[in-house]
Design a protein around this ligand. Structure first.
Ligand code: FEO
Length: 397
């Protein structure tokens, strides 16, 4: 077996990117990211997805190592986002006879992005491509993560090429499959990837999961992160929970503070939470925290406490930005509490209340609002907010 062969006739030809610092020019990549592409070699040869354009020559080398001077017959495009599609033009140049396989929306986008209008093969839901010895069928999973997204299924190998679904941030350290790489950090990277990239699309992800569950899957080949074989149940369960927006027990305290007064409230509330047995607690200063990690944990845990000073008659900007990101992801429910401060006219707390209304989140209790500096006068209010999080009655001094 070639070192990139995952199963007989199925090869990994993707690449690692350890230099890009921001995925989609937004999200940090502390462990890098992989752009996964796969070769399916029957009597005919299909390449499933490509890689980000600057890695196109590595993709070519990976392909040539496996098939030498043989030609690729089909390029199956499961997903058009340019981290997977931007080597299509180079591939077409290398293999002019290559037929590009996609659904109607994919083929429209190929024209729009790359000006390619010939040598296209349109497939519909459930249609099959016979490669001789191996075959692929195509199943649409729109909005996971773009409208054209589909998965390809190889029944002879019980393998699904799943596009962004089941993907994670994090480059592949030597191994390709989950039995070859250390998977521990990939679970957090999966949550972070989901929250940042796919988090808005919970309902379409649920529909995709229903489709995947009808297939007897033994191998999942996503476009990012490890190939899953040993831990498929955990992968599906993680995506299922995330796309149902179901939080585990735990609290995120996300605040920002201009001069440290709101910060003292946050610290006091966190201390009170710990004192009342709440666990785990994650505290983030939004002016400095990595937004992707904050989002990851808000997706992971069931309780969110947000704190903001009043600034220019509204929310402090890093807090406003977080709330905007949460609204964009349509999270249907969180146990929610909020607190804030002002100097001469309060607005932040009011606006967080309006946010809760817009999200249809029922706050755990009245907000904790502070005028000017933090002092021992605030202890009781902070303790009461923590008590409500802990599910206890309000507590007196
Ligand atoms: Fe990795 Fe939606 O692209």
């Amino acid at each position: 077996m070639n070192i990139t062969e995952i199963l007989p006739g199925i090869h990994y030809v993707g690449v690692n990117d350890r230099t890009t610092t921001r995925f989609e020019a937004l999200w940090s990549l502390p462990f890098g990211v992989s752009y996964n592409a796969y070769l399916v070699v029957g009597d005919k040869i299909a390449l499933i997805d490509t890689v980000e354009a600057s890695y196109g020559s590595l993709l070519e080398a990976n392909i040539r190592e496996i098939i030498g001077e043989r030609k690729i017959d089909y390029l199956v495009v499961n997903h058009m986002e340019p981290d997977h599609s931007s080597s299509i033009v180079a591939l077409r140049r290398l293999y002019p006879g290559l037929q590009i396989v996609g659904n109607a929306k994919t083929l429209q986008m190929i024209g729009g992005f790359y000006g390619i209008t010939e040598g296209l093969l349109e497939v519909r839901e459930g249609e099959t491509l016979d490669l001789g010895g191996l075959s692929l069928s195509f199943h649409l999973i729109p909005m996971v993560h773009w409208p054209e997204t589909m998965v390809s299924w190889c029944p002879e190998r019980r393998t699904v090429f799943s596009g962004d679904a089941f993907g994670t941030f994090g480059a592949l350290d030597g191994g390709i499959t989950d039995s070859q790489v250390e998977t521990e950090h990939f679970w957090d990277e999966m949550r972070r990837y989901y929250a940042c990239i796919v988090g808005k699309y919970g309902v379409p992800v649920q529909k995709a999961l229903q489709k995947v569950r009808t297939l007897p899957v033994e191998t999942i080949c996503p476009t990012h992160g490890p190939v899953w074989q040993q831990q498929i149940d955990r992968v599906i369960d993680t995506y299922d929970r995330l796309s149902r927006y179901e939080g585990e027990k735990g609290v995120v305290v996300a605040y920002a503070s201009m001069y440290g007064n709101t910060e003292q409230m946050a610290e006091r509330i966190a201390r009170e939470l710990a004192d009342q047995g709440v666990h785990p607690i994650r505290v983030y200063n939004l002016s400095y925290a990595d937004p992707s990690i904050v989002l990851r944990d808000i997706f992971r845990f069931d309780t969110l406490l947000v704190g903001s000073p009043t600034y220019n008659g509204g929310l402090f900007p890093p807090v406003a930005e977080l709330l905007e990101r949460l609204a964009a992801r349509c999270i249907p429910a969180r146990r929610f509490g909020f607190f804030g401060s002002f100097c001469w006219a309060g607005a932040a707390v009011r606006q967080m209340g309006e946010f809760a209304q817009k999200m249809k989140w029922e706050p755990l209790c009245d907000p904790v609002e502070m005028k000017q500096g933090f002092s021992a006068n605030m202890y009781e209010a902070c303790r009461n907010l923590a008590a409500r999080v802990a599910g206890k009655p309000a507590q007196e001094e």
